[in-house]
Design a protein around this ligand. Structure first.
Ligand SMILES: *Cc1c(COP(=O)(O)O)cnc(C)c1O
Length: 510
């Protein structure tokens, strides 16, 4: 081969990763058929496998990096089999753990399309249509939640990075020294951030990443409904101002991660304005609920935010990863993230310079994440999203109602589409000094067994020291019948675990 054509094989390269169009078609069709069968059989599958790390490592095997290649047919078949058998499925109708939206099939196909054309949405001309679709999707997300649609924004990996972009833009906008050059060393006094104790851990991570340190965060107390207490916010602000600190950022959650609590956003916005602070809303979970005709006024306060983090891979039913940040002042992102390197060739007519996404956020090379959101928004429309989100909330309320009426379940909280409750055996004396500690042990063991059992999947919330089961329904496959099935599974497992674990001192007649 090398010698024969005198080009060293370079005239007709035999690259090992090449695939003929016919082969591609054949592998692709078979893959789509397998995925369609997976979706079709999902309700009969386990939600999650019952396994341990050592078992999975054993099944995968510890083989060395192959020296030579192999047949793609076999590789794709094996990858499919391994993943179908040993995965936890967000698209199972009874997956209600954490906040993982079930992936819309149109978005799954869109991801295939996005990777096939392999657009790097870095500069406008590296993907002209992709860049404009991203801009349009950002606009549509703003419209969906009633935010000004002339805002800036971009797609990022998830809620954590979306929140990071908001925090970083706030820092750049409000630092009165050249913070990009001098960093925090130039700060005349410590910068302060205000957020409730219930805020997701993105805040610690990003305060650290932005060089502010976690001590910059003032954790504000919560009220009986686990919402930021504005009287405490005002007290902490007064304290810090007296000391000469620089409050610059106040954060509200549009749906907290544990219980879906909605902070009093309009009041937080007002306090932020009074003090010239940046108002950021973490809407990673709950922002899409602003589309509802009867959205709570507290939630609609997100419309006053300077920046909002959204997570389409949660309540917009997009596959991972898809986060999005919206920023009221479009210029703020370029000022926080823009550097112009010499190696990017720019050639646009005067006044027609388009958005270059590398100047808008922390990433340079960027996947085309917007496509799967754009196609889903078009398939369902605003009304379709309104219906799906409303149905998720109604199912969550029904779960809470059923938990409340079951003698052996104790209802905890219900907000947006998150319900919490716990198993309490009928014959347990709640006044016994060890009862509460036992209930925590019992419900934690119940959750482990439920997750391993594969019939339904929930996570947990710890509220005032009580360990509760937590169901977050962001899943358009869930139906009324799944609520009953789940309640029955919890009752059955609860009784079995109680029979095994209850200490003699807590048994009736002890
Ligand atoms: C999920 C979530 C986050 C983090 O988002 P990721 O996509 O996991 O990075 C932040 N805040 C809230 C309220 C969330 O629900």
């Amino acid at each position: 081969m090398t010698a024969a054509d005198g080009t060293g094989g370079l005239a007709h390269r035999l690259a090992p990763l090449k695939m003929s169009p016919d082969e591609f078609r054949d592998h692709g069709h078979r893959m789509v058929d397998r995925i369609a069968a997976l979706f079709e059989g999902m309700p009969e599958r386990r939600v999650a496998p019952d396994t341990k790390p050592a078992e999975i490592r054993g099944i995968l095997g510890r083989g060395d990096l192959p020296r030579v290649g192999a047949d793609p047919s076999h590789i794709l078949e094996e990858a499919t089999a391994l993943l179908f058998e040993w995965s936890r499925f967000n698209s199972h109708p009874r997956y209600w753990g954490y906040i993982g939206g079930c992936p819309a099939p149109i978005s799954v196909l869109s991801d295939l399309l996005a990777t096939a054309i392999d657009q790097n949405v870095v500069m406008w001309n590296s993907g002209p249509m992709a860049a404009e679709i991203e801009a349009q999707t950002v606009r549509w997300l703003a419209e969906l939640i009633g935010y000004p649609s002339d805002c800036g924004g971009l797609f990022v990996s998830g809620g954590t990075m979306a929140n990071f972009v908001g925090l970083h833009a706030a820092r750049r906008t409000l630092a009165r020294w050249d913070v990009r050059k001098e960093g925090m060393a130039g700060a005349p006094a410590p910068l302060r951030i205000y957020a409730s104790e219930e805020t997701h851990t993105w805040l610690q991570k990003t305060a650290d990443m932005a060089g502010l340190g976690t001590d910059a965060i003032r954790w504000i107390e919560i009220d009986g409904e686990r919402r930021l207490k504005t009287s405490d916010l005002e007290a902490r602000l007064a304290d810090d101002l007296k000391r000469g600190d620089l409050p610059f950022l106040v954060i509200g959650s549009a749906g907290t991660v544990s219980t879906g609590a909605i902070d009093p956003l309009p009041r937080i916005a007002e306090i932020g304005r009074q003090h010239g602070m940046w108002f950021h809303v973490d809407g990673a979970y709950g922002a899409p609920a602003a589309v509802l005709a009867d959205a709570p006024p507290d939630l609609l306060g997100l419309r006053e935010a300077d920046s909002i983090a959204l997570d389409p891979h949660k309540w917009l039913y997009s596959p991972f990863e898809a986060g999005c940040v919206l920023v009221r002042d479009r210029q703020a992102l370029v000022e926080a993230f823009g550097f112009r390197p010499s190696y990017y060739h720019m050639d646009y007519p005067p006044g027609e310079e388009p958005i270059h996404y590398y100047e808008q956020g922390p990433q340079n090379t960027r996947a085309f994440r917007a496509l799967k959101v754009w196609t889903a928004l078009r398939q369902a429309g605003r009304d379709g999203y309104r219906q799906m989100i409303e149905d998720d909330i109604r199912l969550s309320q029904e779960l809470y109602r059923q938990a409340d009426t079951e003698p052996e379940l104790e209802a905890g909280t219900q907000s947006l589409s998150i319900a919490t409750f716990r198993y309490v055996p009928k014959d347990l004396d709640p006044a016994h000094p060890e009862a509460e500690a036992y209930l925590n042990t019992l419900n934690a063991a119940l959750l482990s067994r439920l997750q391993r059992g594969g019939e339904a999947y929930m996570s947990n919330a710890v509220i005032d020291g009580r360990y509760l089961l937590r169901a977050c329904i962001v899943n358009f496959h869930a139906q009324l019948g799944d609520i009953r099935v789940t309640i029955d599974v919890v009752l059955r497992i609860g009784a079995a675990v109680d029979a095994e674990l209850r200490p003699p001192a807590l048994r009736p007649g002890a």
